[in-house]
Design a binder for this molecule. Sequence first.
Ligand code: UDP
Length: 412
Amino acid sequence: MTLVTIRSDGSSLLEGYRRTVGQRTLTVLERVARRLKGHRIVMVNSTSTGGGVAEILHRLVALLNELGVPTTWEVMPGDARFYGITKTIHNTLHGWPGSLSPEDRDYFHEMNRRAAERLALDGDLVLIHDPQPAAIVAHRRRPHQHWVWRCHIDLSRANPEVWDFLAPEVTRYDAAVFSHVAFVPPLPIPAYLVPPSIDPLSDKNRELSEEEEDALLDPLDLPSRKPWITQVSRFDRIKDPSGVVDAFLLARKREDAHLVLAGGTADDDPEGAEVLNEVQTKVAGRSDVSVLSLPPDAHLTINAMQRRSTVVLQKSLREGFALTVSEALWKRRAVVASAVGGIPLQVLHERTGLLVRSIEGCAFQITRLLRSGELRRRLGQAGREHVREHFLHPREACDYLAVFARLIERGI
Ligand code: UDP
């Protein structure tokens, strides 16, 4: 399946970014894009909706096309068995318990072989996102193509057996890209660093008027007078929704507030419904907690919810990057987030937000923020500027294009 996102209103992304990040950033971006002229890029991942990678690709693909670098997006087909296996690979690479049977390994390779036959992989540069389609590289046919593996996972605590299974595939690539230096494993191929980013112009992040916010939030029936403590995430154990409830209940003993746990599922995540069920059971009967199951296109609703929240949480136990953190910081929110994965790139402790390592620490920082509007404003303002400088799409597009241009020009 080929997906190319075209902005429905026909307006220019570049013009919008110019207003947000300034002419200088755009000039550099356009200059790097010219080095790629005449070269085609193919992006490959495993889902078109749900999760951070799909969120990024919808907009980055459109931006690269607008920059004159023809880019297409292929989604690898899968089934429940494959997604069960790739979820185990994802979690174990993040250092979570789990293992792969010999049958799982064979099925993973078989699905990658089939995907290689079905997908249109005829670009000059093929960028494969994450482990699910990583083994497609074994079937590369065109000799002059460049293949790059883009890993969004924190591999610093990877299960050695699962990494040993995947590593031979990764070494077939010409280069790999990681979000953080701490995630880079020993590899015989060049490794580049490209942290993810958010789109300030998307429905998820664009400015909203108060009337728009009201219209989006009214149907949710959330208490308007209490401060909201919000976590937006897929219902996934590594996002620790249960720990969020525990931290909230501790903080709630000291300050009145309302907890909003909002999330949906991703096509390639088979555990979402089960985890949602666990959370709903845990908070059953409580009037100070709302658990919202959102459709995949609830971008404007999430935008409004983040904007109205007094504190935004990301209490993950493992994390690649957490786009949700940049989304909240961009909206000048006070963020409390775990010091895991790529979160500390975004949350500089006491400067752009507050980092925590436990339920008690999380409760303490929520309480602190609920009590100090001044602290919330200071962190939120600094957070907005930190995201503007480091975590908006023009920077990520520029980084990717620089890596691609280097590979192509050097004939790697
Ligand atoms: N998201 C969404 N709906 C949901 C839950 C999350 O649109 O119900 C979005 C969220 O706003 C963010 C992305 O999905 O843009 C999740 O990316 P992140 O890096 O935070 O986590 P991932 O799901 O990739 O682990």
